[in-house]
Structures are given as structure tokens and as C-alpha cells.
Design a protein around this ligand. Structure first.
Ligand code: SF4
Length: 549
């Protein structure tokens, strides 16, 4: 270990942060205690051999509210509990006996065969629930632990699983939804995604990280690279050719931080090696004392890009990385909605549901529609959308028409296109307010109120709704970000509402939205508020000014 990394800052007393590389192995919070007491991945065997037979009441507490997450399982919120009580009720009163289950879909890539299996699990075991998440997973609700073995069997039969879909581990890796087909793509990153999934997901050595670790690997910057713990984004080196720009330490939550470039260029075949080195750096140096300081971004913020790269090279790679140029940044969000030409002459068609909500019944019908259009490939996106690949010209319109009644629109209004929502109070134990239904009502409302602006606005205005101060729906990088909280209405009553953040964005518009303390909106008046803000923007903007500007 080098002196650079061992040395503590001089002249200031500092509590141990639980950094393993500095010998700070004593667990410093309850999560670290249960992870050290028994490896999280061991819970898989107990689910299969004990809990599925014994049922919910037999599940041990630190498994139920801790290790189950490593298997993609969270207890869902007991129905009917008021959002104002979220912070005060003990966990056992918030817990329902059913689970949310997240299926990891690395790269967002699915075949129609896989889609049918996902649909069947939804209708057979999840009361027809299915949400497309903003990390292109499929999330179910109402899962009974007794059904988990059969669900896993069905998933594994088609190459899918829920392993490490949640928990302090390497979560679903984002890829470009149009990897391999987009005409602007120079290098398809899918082999790196596949290698990492095959070799490292479920590795006990990487299953006790300080907190979650989010990955994005793609040529196109269409997977929100700025807010992942590690991103590899397409970049052409003047001597070595196509490869990837390495960025690390991004994340939102309650303290947004955009990933830092390390100034390094990584060829495709070295992406898994460099990824593994960064995961180990996080595992060994990440802060484990306070949960709200345990993401990689806090370490990277403290060290800066130069020292982070030095430690990575000296201690975890054992070699220097190649210096490289930055990846290009997109001017606007790339959501792939609509009909677009592939590099092979076919088309890909991007569809919006409302805030990712769909159902098993709809997904089964989508699989039929995709095959009727001559394709067998579907992609989910980090914007809660669905893209169908390989559609010949003559099949496009029939596909678009068939998908519409299934809740998937290829030519959506701006509002439907750019509204995202997290799980919210319907199922999430941390939520304070409703989000999915509120988003659906808002989209319907705005489609009527602001229909006249569809032609006027060149780009959709992104509206993201969170049910609590966490940022699962990325509110700080939306044009209008809405953070759920209890607010005071005009009669002095405490009611569900939102704190507004305005003007956030990614790509060239990279900025955290401004939190306007005075802008707190009662949930029932959301439509009025958005109409006022958008109308004022349209009236006062200068030529080509975007909402973020
Ligand atoms: Fe739950 Fe909050 Fe995340 Fe929404 S933002 S899913 S309410 S933790």
C-alpha cells in the first residue's frame, strides 16, 4: 500500500470511516454488522430450503430487511399506511407480507422468449404487476416468498435472474438500448456487459460493498453516465482508435454528484478488468461508518480525480491507464422514442408507457406484436421506455398501431414521453406520497391543458416524481423535479405535496436543478403548477433557449 493512500489528513481528528484498506474492519453500523455476521449471498440457500416452505412468518429479521435485497427482494409497504407516518412507524408495522421483486436485465436486452417468461411470472405470481424501472429492470409486486423458487427457476431457464438486483453490491449494469444497431455507434459494448455479468455478479468477494454500485457501459451516452458510480462512454483515441472514457463517482440521492473523468481511455477488452479494479477500490476504501456517506461519490469527492486514478493504477491495476480524450456529450436526452433507422437498414421503434407502468398481460401481448412485426428483440431503457429492434419498413405502422392499446405509444405527447416516476407510496416503505398514479393523472391532465404546446416546444420538458427525498426517479436532473413531502395547504392542513427543483439536466445541460424553497406544491394542484411554469417559460424564452437554460 502506498504512503499516499495510507496517510490520514494531518491536523484534524477524524473518526474511522470503516475503510477496510486502512484496517478499519469493526462494523460501524447495523448494516455492516449483519453483512459481517453472515455473507448476504447465503440467504439464497435459506430462501430455497427454509423460507419458501415455512412462509413469511419464518423469515429471520436481518434476512427479511437485509440480505433478501441481495436476491432482488424487498418487503413492500403495507397498504393504507399514511405517508405522514413513514418516518415514525417501526419497520415491522410498515412491512407487508409480500415482496417487491426486481429482475436484473443488464444492458436492457431481452428476447421475446424472455419477455413472455417475464409476463407469465407477472400474471401467475405478481397480480399482473410489472414496472419498467429507470435502470431498465422489470419490477414486480405482490410476490409471496413461497413462489420464489419457481419464479427463479422460470427466470433461469431463459438466462435471467434477480441476483444482486438490490443490496450493497454491483447492481444491474446499464447499456445503450440500441447497442449493436444504432448508426452512430462505433463499438458495441455488449461483450463487456456480458463478461461482467457472467464472471462477477454473484461473486461473494464483491457482495459486501459499502453500499450499492451502479454501472453504465455504452458507446452512446444514452444511459445517464454522469450519475453512475462507474461509466464507460464511447470515445475515439487519436492513436488507439475506438474505446471508452472512464468516469467514476456519480450519484444523486440526497447529495447529487456528477461522475469525474479520470482522463483515461480504456479499450473494450480491458473494460471488465478496469471495472473490477474500481469495484475493489470501492470495497476496500469506501466509507462504511455512515450509510448516507457510503457511496463511492464521497470517496471520489474527498480524493479528487488525480488521487483516485493513482490509487486505482498503483494498488488495484498494477499498471498505468492510457490517457484519453473526453467522450462527446449529448445536447439533449436521448430516449429513442419514435421510429429510427438502424445501421443495417431496418428500424428500431421506441415506445413510451406512462412512467414505466405496464402489466404482465400487456407484456405478453407486446411479445406477440414484436414477433408479428418480424422481430424477436426488445430493449428496455433507463428512461422507463421500451424499444423494439429489427423492424422492416413495411411492418412499422402495424407495430405502432398494435402497441398503442397495450399502453405503449411510439408518438407520445411531450408529457407522456418525458414524465418519470419512482415506485412511491403504493409499494415503497420509504415513500411519503403517491407517484405512479399521480404521474398518470398528470400526463392525462397536461395532454389536455397543454395540447397546444406540443408543436411549440422543440424538446419535451422532463417531469420526474419522487415519493421521498431519495432520488430513484432522478429529480435533480429533470427540468421539473418533484420531491414528495408533506406540505401545508392554503387551509393550514398537512397534505401530500412536492418540493420543486427546476432546471436540472444531463449531457450539455449538466446541472443540478435549483431547489426553490418557496415552491412547494400541493399534490392536487400539480397540473395548475406545471401549466403556469411551462406557459411562463414559453412566453418569456428567447430563441432556441431550452428549459434548463
Ligand atoms: Fe421509494 Fe423514495 Fe425511491 Fe421513490 S424515491 S422509490 S419513495 S425510496
Amino acid at each position: 500500500m502506498t504512503a499516499t493512500t495510507q496517510a490520514r489528513p494531518k491536523g484534524r481528528a477524524r473518526k474511522p470511516e470503516g475503510q477496510w484498506a486502512l484496517g478499519e474492519r469493526d462494523p460501524l453500523n447495523p448494516n455492516e454488522v449483519f453483512k459481517q455476521a453472515d455473507a448476504p449471498l447465503n440467504v439464497r440457500r435459506r430462501i430455497l430450503e427454509e423460507y419458501a416452505a415455512g412462509g413469511f412468518d419464518t423469515i429471520e429479521g436481518t434476512d427479511l430487511r437485509g440480505r433478501f435485497r441481495w436476491m432482488g427482494l424487498y418487503t413492500q409497504r403495507r397498504p393504507g399506511i399514511d405517508g405522514g407516518k413513514t418516518a415514525t412507524l417501526p419497520p415491522e408495522e410498515l412491512d407487508d407480507e409480500f415482496f417487491m421483486m426486481r429482475v436484473r436485465i443488464d444492458g436492457g436486452q431481452l428476447t421475446t422468449e424472455q419477455l413472455r417468461v417475464l409476463a407469465g411470472i407477472s400474471t401467475d405470481f405478481a397480480r399482473d404487476s410489472a414496472d419498467i424501472t429507470d435502470r431498465h429492470n422489470i419490477q414486480y409486486h405482490w410476490i409471496d416468498v413461497k413462489d420464489v423458487p419457481e419464479i427463479w427457476e422460470r427466470l433461469e431457464a431463459v438466462g435471467l435472474d434477480t441476483m444482486e438486483a438490490c443490496g450493497d453490491c454491483t447492481r444491474t449494469a446499464l447499456g445503450s438500448p440500441v447497442a449493436g444497431v444504432h448508426p452512430d455507434e462505433v463499438l458495441d459494448a455488449t461483450p463487456a456487459l456480458e463478461y461482467i455479468k457472467k464472471h462477477y455478479v454473484g461473486d461473494p468477494e464483491l457482495a459486501n460493498l459499502p453500499r450499492k454500485f451502479k454501472t453504465a457501459i455504452a458507446w452512446l451516452p444514452d444511459m445517464a453516465p454522469e450519475i453512475n458510480d462507474i461509466s464507460f462512454v464511447g470515445s475515439i483515441h487519436p492513436e488507439h482508435g475506438p474505446g471508452f472514457d472512464l468516469q467514476i463517482g456519480g450519484g444523486l440521492s440526497t447529495k447529487p454528484f456528477f461522475a469525474l473523468r479520470l482522463g483515461a481511455w480504456v479499450p473494450l477488452e480491458e473494460v471488465p478488468e478496469v471495472w473490477l479494479a474500481v469495484v475493489k477500490l470501492f470495497r476496500d476504501y469506501g466509507f462504511r461508518r455512515l450509510r448516507n456517506r457510503a457511496r463511492l461519490k464521497y470517496l471520489v469527492e474527498e480524493w479528487g480525480a488525480e488521487r483516485t486514478r493513482q490509487v486505482l493504477e498503483e494498488e488495484f491495476l498494477g499498471r498505468k491507464l492510457v490517457d484519453g480524450p473526453p467522450a462527446p456529450t449529448p445536447k439533449h436526452t436521448i430516449d429513442h422514442i419514435g421510429v429510427h433507422r438502424q445501421k443495417d437498414g431496418d428500424n428500431f421503434v421506441g415506445f413510451a408507457s406512462v412512467a414505466g407502468r405496464t402489466s404482465g398481460t400487456a407484456l405478453a401481448a407486446v411479445a406477440d406484436a414484436v414477433e408479428a412485426a418480424g422481430s424477436a428483440r426488445v430493449r428496455l431503457t433507463p428512461y422507463q421506455k421500451l424499444v423494439v429492434l429489427d423492424v422492416a419498413d413495411e411492418n412499422v405502422e402495424a407495430l405502432v398501431d398494435t402497441m398503442r392499446p397495450l399502453g405503449f405509444e411510439a408518438r407520445p405527447s411531450h408529457w407522456r414521453r418525458a414524465t418519470m416516476a419512482c415506485t412511491g407510496i403504493e409499494f415503497c416503505k420509504l415513500a411519503i406520497v403517491e407517484t405512479k398514479k399521480r404521474a398518470a393523472d398528470l400526463v392525462e391532465d397536461l395532454e389536455t391543458r397543454l395540447a397546444h404546446l406540443n408543436e411549440v416546444l422543440e424538446h419535451p420538458i422532463a417531469i420526474h416524481l419522487n415519493g421521498c427525498p431519495n432520488s430513484c426517479a432522478r429529480i435533480q436532473v429533470a427540468d421539473i423535479g418533484l420531491k414528495g413531502q408533506i406540505v401545508t395547504d392554503e387551509n393550514g392542513e398537512q397534505v401530500p405535496g412536492y418540493q420543486v427543483h427546476l432546471g436540472g439536466g444531463l449531457g450539455e445541460d449538466l446541472v443540478v436543478g435549483r431547489k426553490l424553497r418557496a415552491h412547494k406544491v400541493v399534490a392536487t394542484e400539480l397540473g395548475d403548477y406545471v401549466e403556469r411554469v411551462v406557459t411562463r417559460f414559453v412566453e418569456q424564452r428567447e430563441v432556441s433557449e431550452t428549459f434548463g437554460d
